[in-house]
Design a protein around this ligand. Structure first.
Ligand code: BGP
Length: 481
């Protein structure tokens, strides 16, 4: 069957500054929280260290050296026919400490150059204002997002970006995977103070840490809503979206207890944040959850008004896999990023234990469409895998091609269902550091980066088989996968 994507559908790929750029101390950049995270493996979690320990591996400090390869990389994207490029701005290149009086001009110039290059190649930038990092100083001196002063610093940062890049950037996302901070770890996204040498990604499980995380998240909602208002005021052409880690939860059996649990899990993980950012108010089930966990949130009239006035223009999300819920405590749960649950016997699992489930993407797109009825964008989707570079400089990543083609077909199916989907940026269009494990070995790209976890390699770029495949997909507007 042939796929039909709308004319003007945005095709491209995504990266995040801290996983791609490197150059962590260049041109006035300050230290980010991500610069303090060590590498890890599937079995050894990444750690956060306050003092940088010589000899420890801090992957975001060099990453894929994208900062120095940007000209070459934009040409590579143009070579595939990208019409959109999702990137994030490192907050610390613009405000090195977060509370600086003036922005760092070298940082502003750097991204201006990136955006101008994009336009030269007819690529529309899609900018994440904050992707899993913030100025380290804001967490040390202010305690991160739990402190309302941080809302003001973010507002100033966002204001600077909207003013500086007016006319160059039209698509914006306020926070990457805003729901992840609460579920995956307060430190990375919420900048909450944690002990030195603690696991960088750790779920908030006890009531006390849930209280801290939800308060910090509330402050991010307010910051996001204010940014939306500012962005619209500076340029009414701006399209500003939310970005949610899309998690599909299935019931293990038709036992109504399992069904109810899966519904609750979908609500909490996906719609707690989505409802606030799209509808401008907390959903009713939030109150139940707060009561169950003894969470106290004072939502002032001013905050409520901000949330209402700062609804997003479109909903964007990442989608990698689905998971299964059951009320049966004897069933063993497997860890799968934020999607911990029991194993799904109908699905295949990746080398990192993530289930491949394109139908879940179609299901989720339909859910979102009926709930929100605003434009949707898939801004992350991909397969992390061990790639092998042959002696003749080739990477035969057929597994990636089949993963992506199944998901593109699923999107075409959803469009046929009536979903208003406007774009797709696959994750890690070029190899970069994995956020979860801190490895280079977990590769996502259409382009191989010659660098490994022992810090060997010269960052040379090598297009993989999937590069040429994606180029054909884009050239046919998704008709041929
Ligand atoms: C998302 C993040 C990305 C990215 C991706 C893949 O949660 O927004 O930053 O890294 O997941 O995850 P990982 O790198 O852990 O494989």
């Amino acid at each position: 069957m042939t796929n039909h994507f709308p004319k003007g559908f945005l095709w491209g790929g995504a990266v995040a500054a801290n996983q791609y750029e490197g150059a962590w101390q260049e041109a006035g950049k300050g230290e980010s929280t991500s610069d303090h995270m060590t590498g890890g493996t599937v079995d050894t979690p990444r750690r956060f260290t306050k003092t940088l320990i010589p000899g420890e591996y801090y992957p975001s400090q060099l990453a894929s050296d994208g900062y120095h390869h940007i000209e070459e990389d934009i040409k590579l994207m143009a070579g595939m026919g990208f019409s959109v490029y999702r990137l994030s701005i490192a907050w610390t290149r613009i405000f090195p400490n977060g509370d600086d009086a003036e922005p760092n001009l070298a940082g502003l110039d750097y991204y201006r150059h990136v955006f101008e290059l994009c336009h030269q190649y007819h690529i529309e930038p899609l900018v994440t204002i904050s992707h899993y990092e913030m100025p380290y100083h804001l967490t040390e001196a202010y305690g991160g997002w739990e402190n309302r002063q941080v809302i003001g610093f973010y507002e100033k940062y966002a204001n600077t970006l909207f003013s500086e890049y007016k006319g160059l950037v039209k698509y914006w996302l306020t926070f990457n995977e805003i729901n992840a901070g609460f579920f995956l770890g307060g430190y990375v996204s919420l900048g909450l103070p944690i002990a030195d040498q603690a696991a960088a990604f750790a779920p908030q499980t006890d009531d006390d840490s849930i209280q801290h995380a939800l308060l910090a998240l509330h402050n991010q909602f307010v910051a996001s809503a204010r940014a939306v208002q500012i962005g619209h005021k500076i340029d009414p052409a701006n399209q500003i979206g939310c970005m949610i880690a899309g998690q599909v939860k299935y019931p293990l059996t038709p036992d109504p207890k399992d069904v109810l649990l899966a519904q609750r899990s979908n609500e909490l993980i996906n719609f707690y944040c989505g409802d606030v950012q799209v509808r401008g108010a907390y959903p009713a089930f939030a109150k139940r959850y707060w009561d169950e966990h003894d969470v106290k949130l004072e939502i002032s009239d001013a905050d409520a008004a901000d949330l209402k006035a700062g609804c997003v223009d479109f909903y964007s999300f990442s989608y990698y896999s689905s998971s299964v819920e059951t009320a049966d405590p004897t069933k063993q749960r497997v860890d799968q990023n934020m999607s911990a649950g029991v194993k799904n016997p109908y699905l295949k699992y990746s080398d990192w234990g993530w289930a491949t489930d394109p139908d879940g993407l179609r299901w989720y797109l339909n859910e979102l469409n009926s709930r929100y009825q605003i434009p949707l964008m898939v801004v992350e989707n991909g397969l992390g895998a061990f790639d092998k570079l042959t002696d003749s400089d080739k990477v035969y990543d057929d597994y990636r091609i089949s993963y992506l083609s199944e998901h593109i077909d699923a999107m075409a199916g959803a469009i046929k269902d009536g979903v208003n989907l406007i774009g797709y940026t696959s994750w890690g269009w070029i190899d970069l550091v994995s956020a979860g494990t801190g490895q280079m070995a977990k590769r996502y790209g259409f382009v191989y980066v010659d660098r490994n976890d022992d810090q060997v390699g010269d960052f040379r770029r090598i297009p993989k088989k999937s590069y040429y495949w994606y180029k054909r997909v884009i050239a046919t507007n998704g008709e041929n996968t």
